[in-house]
Design a protein around this ligand. Sequence first.
Ligand SMILES: [Zn+2]
Length: 656
Amino acid sequence: MRLFLGALTGLALILVACGERQAAVDVTSGSDAAGFLPASDATAQANARLARTLDGLPSEDEALANRGFVASDENLTITDPDGAVIWRPADYGFLAPEPAASVHPGLWRQARLNQIHGLFEVEPGIHQVRGYDLANMSVITGETGWIIIDPLTSVETARAALDLVNRELGDRPVSAVILTHSHIDHFGGIGAVAGPETPIIAPAGFLEAAVSENVMAGIVMGRRAGYMYGTRLPRTQRGHVGSGLGKHPALGTHTIATPTHVIDETGQTLEIDGVRMEFQYAPETEAPAELTVFFPDLRAWCGAELVSRTLHNLYTLRGAEVRDALAWSAAIAEALDRFGPRTSVIFNSHHWPVWGQSESRAFLTAQRDVYKYIHDQTLRLAAQGLGPDEIAETITLPESLAGVFAVQGYYGTLKHNSRAVYQRYFGWFDGVPAHLDPIPRVEAAQRYVEALGGVDAVVMQASHALDAGEYRWSAELAQHAVFAAPREDAAREVLARAYEQLGYAAESAPWRDFYLTGAFELRHGVEALDATAAGSAILQSIPLDMFFAAMATRLDGNRAARRDRVFNFVFADVGETHVIRLSNGVMHHQQAEAVADADASVTLTRAFWLRLLQQEVGLMEMIGSDQFAITGDRLALLGFFAMLEQPQPDFAIVTP
Ligand SMILES: [Zn+2]
């Protein structure tokens, strides 16, 4: 029996492991082993023009990204318990000094900087392990041990990073861990660095935020994250080159822990292992729960992911609630005011540090301004009557920000961030009545194709647009053709080629990976994904309430509407009873006393429940188990389980 496990699998899907990604170039046809063609002349020329512009801009970043280098592991290869490679910088060995024609030169430059890996001294008393995972692990020297900030995505990478620290700087215990925010690349490896007694400092709301996003909407986010991070793409100059923030999340064993010290107010201070810390509580910025930390004795500020050396996302393409540009900008402004005058160095959870007081001030000023600029200009243009597409097309950075590398769109983009601001204020509707109740995309495609003279005619027009270097228009036409006639090889190939060139020209790594994954799936199909949940350690931390909330989103409402029911779920081991009520096709749940006249009552353990969720036990085993007892109307309960729909973790995106 397949229950409602799907609710949880976003975690797994975001972190789906991939096999070999290296692809050789097939010189005879021009396509590489993954089917990717070379950059077109138009793309190559556009990228070359941009490369010349970049050459004109001063950049010390390469020196800064290497500054303070202590050591690294040559031929670093990190594997998961099954022996699968989860981290191997050599996969990106193709990132030569000269940019490839098939990569935006700014993104190429960023990808080269993200490729630098090892242990670095930021200042005496502050080190960072960079390039051992998507994020950085920072290490503060206490009187007796290390204070670790952000222990990476996986136990395996965090262990490798801590081993490097102990090997190079001398063996010491971990005296505390700071989790700056609720994204998994900053806490998933905590199992490797913290013991049961280790103090764990995190922002208020950390645990809830860390698990909730993945539980409720995980299936869709997981599928889209596969696109955003180019999970299936080869690591080549025609494939995935990095994510703009770093390389990619390391897909190993993920853990989580309950904070022992909660930061819920700016100005809160702590002294641990002789290290004084001053916190800023910055919720609803880059993450729902986030903090930054200032070290007054070191004159150093850790900005977490509030600031990084890229424009970040007001909206993330995997799908998530739109972030608040004003709150984000205001938090940076607060940090600038509060810590700026005392700050000589800024080190963050991604990318290399910023040294110098005036450099720090300039860095924070640009970061503060760019998010508010996008916010304000989007609303200014909207007030002129522009819709979201037109705003995205119109908005540009002012000259003073346009030349700042740290606010370029390697991760977030000006275009999609302006759409995010529009969405936050106005929602999905742009006010045009024809857009109020549009014909769904496949039917619309069929009608467009018919109106344009059939699939062959549309494919021909899309090909002409492709030849003319009009890739967005070609993609628009060809996507209609593919939705209308998905079995037409010519339609799929033209669309793949348009997506390919759009990917090669994209400055943003998530845009590149979205386009190239679209092309990849058009040529190779969708990979079947198993709905298995990742990180049982994370599952253990999810409140039972949240499972039931997710379960409600799997209920087939029309089928359930005819059967109003009440069920008790009694978790004997944790002493919680949850009452489920079906009414009008809606499932309500409440932690409450068991209802006496329920249709059925289930008594089970939390552990057994998790095994059910992970599909480790089948129907017969469930009924026969001594950890699972049903009283009352057994058929009513099984009928309820049968109305929970299994989600499709590998749903189609570029085909109908
Ligand atoms: Zn991060």
